[in-house]
Design a protein. Structure first.
Length: 203
């Protein structure tokens, strides 16, 4: 799955309310439509975030609907919420490399926590297998989506996985060769990784 947790839940919910007033169930459905490859939002997470938006003046309750079923509270974004979202959109996201990711943390922990290079190599190999599996899943979807936003999200995921796989291959090489031996040049694509095709025009 392509996770969206790096996107603040505050700004994400403001964006989901931007097209018009919605209740929590509609917010969740819209999120799942926007990010079909992402982990679905939990209902508790949605309602807790909407409550915080109202508390902070970024959203407001506009009505309560019954519609022949459970009572649903409808929320709308406020002017302050629109401004907050605009500020977030204009601020560049932190570039990759500004902090260690989980695969780096796990490798370092395996090396430092008295487990040694053998344990670290197993961590890297397991992660590499998982990355290759996900890469093939996304490559299998190539061309299946006609939505520009979804196409771009999947391309980002593929290219990010490719970069991770290159690092994982270097890590395996470093953990497998004798000390002071020269490293393998990182020019070749990751072994076993599907080749990345050119970006296709999405209409």
């Amino acid at each position: 799955m392509v996770h969206t947790q790096s996107m603040s839940l505050t700004e994400l919910h403001l964006a989901l309310l931007l097209p018009g007033p919605r209740h929590g169930y509609e917010v969740k459905k819209e999120h799942d439509a926007w990010f079909p490859d992402a982990k679905p939002l939990a209902f508790g997470q949605v309602y807790a975030t909407l409550g915080r938006l109202v508390r902070d003046g970024l959203a407001e309750v506009v009505e309560t609907r019954t519609e022949g079923g459970p009572e649903r509270t409808v929320y709308a974004v406020t002017d302050a919420g629109r401004q907050r979202l605009e500020e977030w959109l204009t601020e560049p996201a932190p570039p990759a490399g500004t902090g260690p990711e989980d695969i780096v943390r796990k490798t370092v922990v395996a090396l430092r926590a008295a487990r040694g290079e053998g344990a670290a190599r197993q961590v890297v190999l397991r992660q590499r297998t998982a990355h290759l599996r996900r890469m093939r899943e996304l490559q299998g979807l190539d061309g299946a989506d006609t939505d520009v936003a979804l196409h771009l999200a999947r391309r980002h995921a593929v290219l990010h996985l490719d970069a991770d796989l290159r690092w994982l291959d270097e890590a395996v090489d470093s953990l497998s060769r004798p000390a002071n031996a020269p490293a393998t040049p990182p020019d070749a694509p990751p072994a076993g990784a599907p080749e990345l095709g050119p970006l296709e025009e999405t209409r």
